[in-house]
Design a protein around this ligand. Structure first.
Ligand SMILES: *C/C=C(C)/C=C/C=C(C)/C=C/C1=C(C)CCCC1(C)C
Length: 260
């Protein structure tokens, strides 16, 4: 672990704290909003809630790990305590959440026939991408980082190909506002997921070890909030829009209560 200034250490510390809070708040939102959408779309919201719950737990652990990886020296700098900063939490989190994120997109589209196979292919590619990225993330030399990064890019490109070519006709078949929202969420996915490999490249691009450590953590936090909380809110908006189109009215008095 490189030595950090108090400012660098605190910046990452506060960002972990913010990201943890964002995951917690999003979890409550997704759970409480389930009743606002028709039953057919509730599994998509459940998956959103699972994603931020898993991420929230892992952020809590990353936050703890960051705190114990450093101690303050006499000059007020943060030096390695000897305990490792555990980056594996992030990859375990992704391994579980990234397949869920693609699955909820298929779930909210309700494309019917063939959606099981589509979900499986997307989820498997997502898991493979994370597994192949990990050895590079923890490698000390940039050559190894570049090699695994390149391998991980193969399933990444496959996912984008499926989203933009294969799922195109299914999106065009949707109606009204839901179609616009689905096009937008695909772009949000491209923009936020595309951010991760860029952050991953920073150490290869010759960014100083201290700045790279700080920048990578900041980058992944921002990307996670956008790709999990922001994305989940868009999934909710799509589900809500489609529920209304399907004639669902959350304000309607339930049949059982109407009788008394
Ligand atoms: C909630 C977490 C999400 C959405 C994580 C997404 C992660 C990626 C899209 C990671 C992609 C990578 C590459 C395409 C190559 C380099 C290694 C990775 C794993 C950073």
């Amino acid at each position: 672990m490189p030595t950090l200034s108090s400012g660098e250490y605190t910046l990452v510390y506060n960002l972990f704290s913010f990201t943890f809070a964002a995951m917690l708040a999003s979890f409550l939102f997704f759970v409480l909003s389930r009743g606002q959408v028709a039953p057919a779309y509730r599994s998509a919201l459940t998956m959103s809630a699972l994603v931020v719950a898993i991420a929230g737990y892992h952020y809590f652990r990353i936050f703890e790990s960051w705190g114990s990886a450093f101690i303050i020296d006499e000059a007020g700098n943060y030096v390695a305590s000897g305990r490792p900063f555990n980056d594996a939490y992030r990859y375990i989190d992704w391994l579980l959440t990234v397949p869920l994120l693609v699955a909820e997109l298929v779930a909210v589209m309700k494309i019917g026939k063939g959606s099981g196979g589509l979900t499986f292919r997307l989820a498997a590619a997502a898991a493979l991408m994370v597994i192949l990225g990990y050895p590079g993330e923890v490698a000390a030399d940039t050559g190894t980082r570049a090699l695994w990064g390149a391998l991980s890019t193969v399933p990444f490109v496959y996912i984008l190909w499926v989203l933009f070519s294969e799922m195109g006709p299914a999106i065009e078949r949707q109606t009204g506002q839901a179609k616009v929202l689905l096009r937008n969420i695909r772009l949000l996915l491209l923009a936020t997921w595309g951010f991760y490999p860029i952050v991953y490249l920073l150490p290869i691009l010759g960014v100083e070890p201290t700045s790279a450590l700080v920048a990578v953590q900041i980058g992944y936090c921002i990307a996670d909030v956008a790709a999990k909380c922001g994305y989940g809110i868009m999934i909710y908006a799509i589900a809500r829009e489609k529920s209304i189109t399907d004639g669902y009215n959350p304000e309607a008095i339930p049949a059982t209560a109407a009788g008394d």
